[in-house]
Design a protein around this ligand. Structure first.
Ligand code: TYD
Length: 202
């Protein structure tokens, strides 16, 4: 039996990483084997591309292709083998991040991304959890929540465009999306996550 492919999305500092670990622990409690990965990253080459992407100012089309190159590496070396072995895979960001950041916020052509996506024919997630955070929420002003990279410092208006793009994706793909209010207190966020996981994955 093939594993389930679950992705987490959200603006920078929305609590995705904590939510991914929470979901992995929840699935393991259900007796599932779980592989946790992230994008960009998840394989040695993809992690090298991640370092490059997070520290350099790259022309937006070149940046898009590097995110996609890292994605192919992550899928081929980490995600696909785990799914084939029956593990559930939790991936911190996937194609929807490309649509939200490169198309929604940086203004690249949606057709370009859609063409790459359909030509590459990578697995589709069966569940996507959006950690929906208001960019003005105090969480974001806690410096320890932010990495020291140019993408995280791109500003409030940029984060607002990304949030809107994710919310739009969640409406257009309601069948695979669950939206979690990440502005809520941590206990409430984990309660909502647990309810979503048990409804969609039990
Ligand atoms: P991540 O480490 O998940 O950021 P954070 O932990 O702050 O949420 O992702 C690194 C950055 O890369 C993040 O700002 C979003 C960006 N990104 C894109 O612009 N396009 C993509 O396709 C992906 C996967 C990430």
């Amino acid at each position: 039996m093939s594993g389930r492919f679950i992705t987490f999305e959200g603006i920078d500092g929305s609590g995705k990483t904590t939510a991914c670990s929470f979901a992995a622990a929840w699935l393991r409690k259900q007796g599932r084997s779980v592989e946790q990965t992230r994008e960009p990253g998840g394989s040695p080459t993809a992690e090298e591309l991640r370092s490059l992407l997070l520290k350099s100012q790259i022309e937006p089309r070149a940046e898009l292709l590097l995110f996609v190159a890292a994605r192919v590496e992550n899928i081929v070396h980490t995600v696909a083998p785990a799914l084939a072995a029956g593990c559930d895979v939790i991936c911190d960001r996937y194609w929807d991040s490309t649509l939200a950041y490169q198309v929604g916020a940086r203004g690249l052509d949606a057709g370009l991304v859609e063409n790459l996506r359909s030509a590459l024919d990578l697995p589709e997630p069966e569940l996507t959890i959006l950690m929906d955070l208001d960019p003005q929420h105090p969480r974001l002003s806690q410096p320890d929540l932010l990495d020291d990279d140019h993408l995280d410092n791109a500003g409030l208006a940029f984060q607002r465009r990304i949030r809107e793009a994710f919310l739009d994706l969640s409406r257009r793909h309601a069948e695979r999306y669950v939206v979690i209010d990440a502005n809520a207190p941590l206990k409430q966020v984990s309660g909502c996550l647990e309810a979503a996981l048990s409804e969609r994955l039990s």
